[in-house]
Design a protein. Sequence first.
Length: 410
Amino acid sequence: MLLPYSSDRPPRNVPITVIILILFHYLLFGVFAIFWKITNGNSLLVLFTNLCLVPYQMHWYSFITYGFLHEDVFHLSVNMLFLWVFGSSVEDAIGWLKFLLFYLLAMIVTGAIQAVIVLMIPGTDHMMPIIGASGAVSALMGLYAVRFYRSKIRFVGVPFQIPAILVLAIFLISEMTMAALSLHHEFNQLFNAVAHWAHITGFLFGILAGQAFHLYHEGRRDYVTTSAEKDMIRGSHVSAAMKWDHLLSLQPDNLKALKESARCWILAGEREPGFQRYGRLLSALLKEGNQKEALAIYSEMRNIEPSLILSPPETLKVASCMEENGNWKASLEILQALLDSTPSSPETEMVRLRIATLLTNSGSHNLEAAERLADFIYDYPDSDFRGYADRMLNQVRERLHAENEMSDEG
C-alpha cells in the first residue's frame, strides 16, 4: 500500500483544525483502548456498537460518531496520514470553519450512502458495522483534486513525486473496481469488508463541493500567479506580463496583477501597455480611496516618465490626495503642469480655483494668491464658486494689508 507523506503544495498557514482532528481521533482511540483493556471489553462493547454505523440498526448520532472510530492503530494511522497530507492544504484553501463543516457533512453523506447500498445488495451482512474516517478523507481528496490539480504527491519509498491527478484517478478507478466486484455474490464478503462505496461517494462529493466553492478557478489563478512570479525572477518580463494579463482576464479587479503587469511591460520596454495599466491601476486606487497606494503608484509613474500629465479629473484627485497628506507643494506643481498643458478643458475652472486655494492656504504666497483669485473672478464671473472666491480674496487682501502695516511700522 502506497502511503503519502507530503505534497509540493504545503499549506501557507498552520492547519489548526486538521491537527485538532488528528489529535482527537488518537485521543478517542486511546481512551477506548485503555478502558477496553481494563474492563476486558465487556462494558464498552455495547457503547462501541451503538456508536458504529450499523446498516440494519442506524441511530441518528451514528452518522457522525462512526467516523471517529477505528478498528486498530494501522487503520487509524493510515486515515490520519491521508487527512494530514490532503486536509492541510484544503483547510488552507477554504478556511477552518468551512473545512470543519465540510468534513462533518462528508462524514454523514458517505456513511449514509454506504449504509443504504449495503442494505440494497443481496447477501451482504447488514449487521457489519461501518467505522472510520476514510469516507470523509476521500471527500477531502476529491476537493484537493479540484483545487490543487497541478500538485504532486510524495510517497513513502517512492523516489519521485507523482501527480496528484494521477494518484486520485488510480484511487477512484480501483475503488470503483472493488465496489463493482462486491456486487457479485462470489466476491461479496471479500470486498464488503471495506467501505468502497463511501470512498467513491466521498471523492465525488469532494469534486462537486470543489466546483461549488469555485476552487478550480481559484487554483487556476494561483498557478498563473506562481508562474508569472517565477518568470519575473528569471527576467522573462514579456512572458510574465502576458501571464499577469491572463490573470486579469480571469479576475479583472485583481489590483496586484494590474500593478505587476504594468511593471513587467515597462521593464520589457513596452511603455504604452505599461502606462495604460498604470493608469487603470491609479484610477482603481483613487476610486476605492486608497490614497497611500495611489500616491506611491503616481510617484512610480513619474519616476519612469517625469513629464507625465494625467487626465484633468485624475490630476485633481491625485492633487487632493497630496494635499490631504500634507504635500501641498507637490499638489500645486502637478495642477500647474496640467494647467500649462491643458489651458482649456471642462476642469480648468476647478484647477485654477484649486491652485489659488493652495496658495491662499500656504499663508506665504499672499500676493500671488490674490492675483490668481482676482483673475479667476474676472474670467468666471458667473461661477458657482464665485462667493467662495470672493471670500478667499478678501481674506488674502486683509493679510496683505496687515503685512503692509507691519512694514510701515518697521
